[in-house]
Design a protein around this ligand. Structure first.
Ligand SMILES: [Zn+2]
Length: 579
């Protein structure tokens, strides 16, 4: 029997195996890539086919060149198996979520935690990895390699390399212009060409990680409190509510047809309608906002070894606390205080998939009564974090139905996905109203009122149409501090527009859904009086084009922390009463 088995085991040379694996990857692990190429306008008739052949030859050639260094005895099979498995994983995210593979995507993978990783896990993911990764990997292991003498092998590799370089050259000469314009019109192609994009992203990630050994760069060492907001008997509390994956277009404050922010209707917030994010994922946007570098100068390698807004605020006499219900401060709160709300879970608002953002409110309830000094509190919300939107809100907030009760978005209709996402926005607006209630706002609705209102009115309530919501009532006693809240999302989210889901598109081609984010400001009368803020004046600036670049300077302005880092022209609140 062993002899028979051996006899049906295919035998091949190294070049043949490399070509076969490369051809498999080019064809099978690039579904979305080919979808975009075939749908593109490549000219009529035979010319279009020629361009497609050139693209195929180029992708195959590049893949062969990538695999060539693996062709050493002992390394070849384990190397090919690893490439096949990684490419299958990448193909799942590219194909099912419209993801791109760049260093930000890799950073998100490397910096994820067990809960977040668990949410990505699905039967469909296993199937894709089994078909595109495990099956060809097993076949690769089964093949018997015929190794020749080292010099002959070297000669064979050189021949293969020359052949694919010649193929690349021919493709470039015949269709170079067409391929270049294809890449320009569809910039995502270079980020989804599998497994090329994986290698490019990994090299770029490592390049940026080299900065990790540098000493910490101090910034704003001149920071001190200005005379416009001196420490007084009542501490100042500024809450910065950040994140997550909320898009401006899904707030009815911004004209959305559903009353997703009904909880905020009675609250006198200032709504900025035209705010752009710094990046399209958390790992870029959040550090960018706190860096003060601005989107164009932002570099994630640099900020890893550089102080940030919280350090400057602490120099200006503020305590800084980071309350996290997301994936952590990514080191931003290293020198401040960081509290993860999921670490001591309340069973009624936490489950295996984490805690609802109400957990942040409970932490505020514990924290606010003991504040004696001026304090900036960052609340890192979980908000609308996908793909498990359904896990972000308790059942009573499921106003829009039917929901998508799985993290496998492709199993749901776009309407279900939108319903579920809108429920997360509805819940976030409830959490935000809970924050301002704790900070002293008296015009807040009873907790369940939003749902009662939506149940009574159906899915398209207009503002002011909910008399049954009852009279606004504040939370507990009037606090003994003067507070304000600035809420801004880290980036937006795609819900099927242009065939895209989730977020993370390269910024240059990211659709508005991923980069236009909500930004809301609320101030207590006490804080407004001390900082001489005029909310009506701010409302007059609701449509001004703003971005995360302004965040750093608005916060320095609100807290009256003076430093050479502060740029008055980026403080969108200047001129609305502030000295
Ligand atoms: Zn995010």
């Amino acid at each position: 029997m062993p002899a028979t088995f051996k006899s049906i085991r295919p035998v091949m040379g190294v070049n043949s195996l490399l070509l076969l694996v490369a051809a498999f990857l080019t064809v099978a692990a690039n579904g979305r890539f080919w979808g975009i190429v075939f749908a593109a306008d490549l000219g009529t008739g035979g010319h279009g086919l020629l361009v497609i052949a050139a693209v195929a030859a180029a992708l195959l050639s590049i893949t062969v060149l990538m695999l060539l260094p693996l062709s050493v005895p002992g390394l070849l099979k384990p190397g090919l198996v690893l490439v096949l498995l990684l490419a299958a994983g990448a193909a799942h995210f590219i194909g099912d979520f419209g993801a791109v593979i760049d260093r930000h995507a890799l950073a998100s993978v490397y910096e994820t935690d067990a809960r977040e990783a668990g949410e990505w896990f699905s039967l469909r993911m296993l199937t894709t990895i089994a078909l595109l990764g495990v099956a060809p990997a097993l076949l690769t292991c089964w093949v018997r390699i015929e190794w020749q003498r080292p010099l002959r092998e070297l000669f064979a590799r050189a021949k293969l390399a020359l052949a694919v370089l010649a193929a690349l050259a021919i493709a470039a000469v015949t269709c170079g212009k067409d391929v270049a314009s294809l890449l320009r019109n569809h910039m995502e192609l270079r980020h989804i060409a599998n497994p090329f994009a994986l290698l490019a992203a990994q090299l770029s990630y490592l390049d940026h990680a080299r900065n990790d050994g540098r000493p910490l760069e101090q910034i704003g060492t001149d920071a001190r409190r200005g005379s416009a907001l001196p420490p007084g008997p009542r501490p100042v509390v500024l809450v910065l509510a950040i994140g997550e994956s909320a898009r401006a277009a899904s707030l009815d404050l911004n004209g959305y047809t559903r009353d997703t922010d009904v909880s905020l209707h009675p609250v006198p917030v200032v709504n900025f309608r035209n705010v752009r994010s710094c990046g399209t994922n958390t790992a870029t946007s959040v550090p960018c906002m706190f860096s003060g570098l601005g989107r164009k100068r932002y570099d994630d390698g640099i900020v890893k070894r550089r102080e940030n807004l919280l350090d400057v605020l602490m120099r200006g006499g503020y305590d800084a606390i980071w309350l996290d219900n997301n994936t952590g401060s990514k080191g931003l709160a290293k020198r401040a205080k960081e509290i993860h709300v999921g670490s001591a879970p309340d069973p009624d608002i936490c489950n295996a998939e984490g805690c609802y953002d109400e957990a942040l409110l409970r932490e505020l309830d514990r924290l606010l009564p003991i504040i004696r000094r001026d304090t900036v509190i960052v609340l890192h919300l979980l908000g609308s974090h996908g793909p498990a939107y359904y896990a972000r809100y308790p059942e009573r907030f499921a106003a829009f139905k039917p929901e998508c009760k799985t993290n496998e978005l492709q199993r749901c209709s776009d309407q279900q996905i939108r319903n579920t996402y809108d429920n997360t926005v509805l819940y976030t607006s409830y959490v935000l109203s809970g924050i301002v209630a704790r900070l002293g706002e008296r015009r807040v609705l009873p907790a369940d009122a939003p749902i009662r209102c939506l149940a009574a009115r159906g899915h398209a309530v207009r503002p002011g149409q909910c008399p049954e919501m009852g009279a606004p009532a504040a939370h507990g006693a009037v606090p003994n501090f003067d507070a304000a809240m600035l809420y801004v999302s880290d980036h937006g989210e795609s819900l099927g527009e242009h065939g895209l889901y989730l977020h993370g598109a390269p910024y240059a081609i990211a659709p508005d859904e991923q980069t236009l984010v909500p930004m809301l400001f609320w101030t207590s009368q006490g804080f407004a009086a001390r900082r001489k803020l005029d909310s009506e004046c701010l409302r007059g600036r609701a449509d001004a084009p703003l971005s995360h670049d302004h965040f750093f300077h608005i916060v320095l302005g609100l807290t009256n922390v003076q430093t050479v880092l502060y740029r008055r022209q980026l403080d969108a609140f200047v001129g609305c009463g502030m000295g």
